[in-house]
Design a protein around this ligand. Structure first.
Ligand code: SF4
Length: 440
């Protein structure tokens, strides 16, 4: 009996790429590939790439360069590139790096088994279509054993918003929502394998509009209520959302659905109406602030997370000040902030960028404010009781770590048997990036 072939997958970027890497490993599992976490031990190396930041494509080429010695040592080693850079660059990857055997986009990775047959027959395989067929219908139904009590579940893909700085509509295509029944089955399968918390994923997840069992269109709130009926599924989260798709049902669900966690990632990107317009975000700063007020009225203890871009073309000091003012007004428990980077093919890429030095200074000022707020939100947990889903051992002996309902990392002194369990914890201290607690 021949040795199973080994697959090394390296994942960049968002949670959806993490989910896709798991599904690609399962698809190749059907071809006899078993995972390895060492590139020098692999028969196949697959890079699952991200195209969001500047020089994303260049990073892929330099990473591929690092695998050249492995290929020279083992001429049978197969190398593939997947994800958003594969979708954006396509055949250019094989032209620039001839040792690449396979290039597959995010919408066609269900075809990996037959692509591998061509590669094993000595051909190159390239597929960056936006196919009619639903890839999920062609992926292995039974998912591999999850690694811990939390899992991602893609419910929606693509985006129709066309924000002026974003490549997603071009690399992931139009919004597609998966049917409710398939999602229920996948969720039940994950729970049967030990998962207690599922994060619903989509580039624009709150625009979910999947076909329900009754043939009607279901929104995200209705899907969440249905998933909340799944025995053994104790926690539900979702990401990433657009302010314009936070409908009344979803806001109400934050107030009344116990299994929906009090954490919301709701990017705003900027605080200036002039820049929000230039970004094509289709809402004003005031719209966003009033929306947050409505969400907090439904769930006062909700922890809010946001995304910000500084240095967007045309951003002046007054525009940037408006972003700082919005952050002061709203208050964030978690946030991600970046300097604008021009993405090929996006409308904003043609516009004059803000000088780097100015953008760097603004990013620093914004991050100082955001980390002050983040620390204050974490410190405010001291003395409170939270529910923690324990996931893995901590850094210190006898320590176990998990996440609270607010997605804060919490560690306690407790037995290994805690892993996979949800337990009540009193927070006793706030540390650099986590909370210390004691089991109640
Ligand atoms: S809503 Fe998000 S994914 Fe869609 S275009 Fe805008 S930034 Fe990109």
């Amino acid at each position: 009996m021949s040795e199973p072939k080994k697959l090394f997958v390296k994942t960049y970027g968002c949670q959806m790429n993490v989910y896709d890497s798991e599904r690609m490993a399962e698809a190749l599992g059907a071809k006899g590939y078993v995972p390895t976490d060492r590139a020098d031990d692999a028969d196949m190396i697959l890079l699952n790439t991200c195209h969001i930041r500047e020089k994303a494509a260049e990073k892929v080429y330099s990473e591929l360069g690092r695998f050249k010695p492995l290929r020279e040592a083992n001429p049978d080693l197969k190398i593939g590139v997947a994800g958003c850079v594969a979708q954006a660059e396509g055949a250019e990857i094989m032209r620039r790096q001839p040792m690449v055997d396979l290039v597959v986009g995010p919408q066609t990775y269900h075809r990996l088994p037959e692509m591998m047959e061509r590669v094993e027959a000595g051909e190159a395989a390239l597929d960056t279509d936006f196919p009619e067929e639903d890839k999920f219908a062609h992926l292995p139904k039974a998912r591999k054993a999850p690694r811990g009590p939390t899992a991602f579940l893609t419910v929606q893909e693509g985006c129709d918003k066309f924000c002026a700085f974003c490549v997603v509509p071009y690399t992931r295509g139009a919004e597609v929502s998966r049917p409710v029944e398939r999602l229920l089955r996948e969720a039940q399968d994950l729970v049967a394998r030990g998962v207690r918390e599922i994060t619903l994923l989509g580039q624009n997840v709150n625009a979910y509009h999947g076909e329900g069992p009754n043939g009607r269109e279901w929104g995200l709130a209705r899907l969440i209520w249905e998933l909340a009926e799944v025995d053994g599924l104790d926690r539900i989260r979702f990401t990433t959302s657009h302010p314009n798709d936070m409908d009344d049902d979803l806001i109400a669900a934050h107030g009344t659905c116990e299994k929906l966690m009090p954490y919301l990632h709701l990017p705003v990107q900027a605080g200036s109406d002039r820049i929000l317009k230039a970004m094509n975000r289709k809402h004003t700063a005031d719209d966003y602030i009033r929306l947050i007020e409505r969400i907090r009225a439904a769930r006062p203890d909700l922890l809010l997370s946001g995304d910000f871009i500084v240095g967007f073309p045309g951003e002046g000091e007054a525009d940037f000040q408006a972003t700082l003012d919005l952050v002061e007004t709203v208050g964030y428990g978690q946030a991600y902030s970046f300097k604008y980077s021009a993405r090929p093919g996006t409308p904003a890429a043609e516009r004059d960028p803000v000088p780097t030095e100015g953008a760097d200074q603004r990013l620093q000022r914004l991050q100082e404010l955001l980390s002050r707020q983040q620390r204050a939100a974490q410190d405010a947990m001291v003395g409170r009781e939270v529910s923690v889903l324990f996931e893995k051992p901590g850094r210190l002996a006898g320590q176990t770590v998990g996440k609270s309902e607010y997605l804060h990392a919490v560690h306690v002194t407790g037995p290994e048997t805690l892993r996979g369990q949800i337990a009540k914890v009193r927070i006793v201290a706030s540390e650099a990036n986590s909370l210390a607690g004691e089991l109640i």
